[in-house]
Design a protein around this ligand. Sequence first.
Ligand code: 1HE
Length: 269
Amino acid sequence: MTSPILKAVIDDIAAHGLQFEMRGAVALIRLARPQKRNALNDGLVKALRDIFTHMPEEARVAVIHGEGEHFCAGLDLSELQERDAAQGVFHSRSWHAALDALQFGRVPVIAALHGAVVGGGLELASACHIRVADDSTFYALPEGTRGIFVGGGGSVRIPKLIGVARMTDMMMTGRVYDAVEGERVGFAQYHVPQGEALDKAMQLAVRVADNAPMTNYALTHALPRIAEQPADHGLLTEALISSITQSAPEAKARVAAFLAGKAAKVKKA
Ligand code: 1HE
């Protein structure tokens, strides 16, 4: 059941070019400004923050994709007006708030990528937990050539995917990675034929939705923090999180089902 608050949020974000629908347990979110190649203006950035902050209870996973020929052309450059330093900081922080709401929200997020995944579009994709890229996908950070810097969390998230050296090269030289190279260097975990990213993302989403909620929560909230901790802190956090997940009744039931021969075995890929 859609609450009045959620309905108001869905109507408001639609007015800013972000569409939302539930498909079973999957929250499907579509960047819908194809005439501007899904460039992210202030309204769309706020809409992203709002939907991930108000994710409905019945959603267990989200998929985000873009309408038209491209996933996202990044910052809407027509809004790059004169800003003083303080206004620039607040603008960048508004992106951080939106993408933190996505990355550390209630549900895992899978990005279905195609066409341009550039600038702020790559920052958005980097905040997602799984990226599926079709063969038309290309990745770039044109900020370097536009005389600006990333401001949507890219300098924190992108090096974690591809390393500082590759990001430096992309921004200094304008290097563009295609879909094949993008998977090789770590932008996407999956590379699929052109036009199949959304289908693949939805298939993965159904699989992810079937996980115990605490497992998904540990993967989205604990794992990235553990990976940032000094080893001795990380090992202690891991011990705490693993004991919390194991103690959930759902985990006990799943292990018992396997031992009773009622759960799927791991199969060779
Ligand atoms: C835009 C934007 C945009 C397209 N802001 N309006 N991002 C960039 O530097 C990438 C800029 N965009 C492009 O390089 C290309 O548009 C694409 C490769 C993404 C797509 O090319 P194409 O041939 O399909 O489309 P187009 O003809 O270039 O664009 C169609 C329209 O979208 C056109 O407007 P129109 O009124 O002439 O029809 C474009 O002006 C418009 N458009 N991209 C505004 N980005 C938090 S900091 C993040 C910093 C950044 O992201 S900087 C990188 C910005």
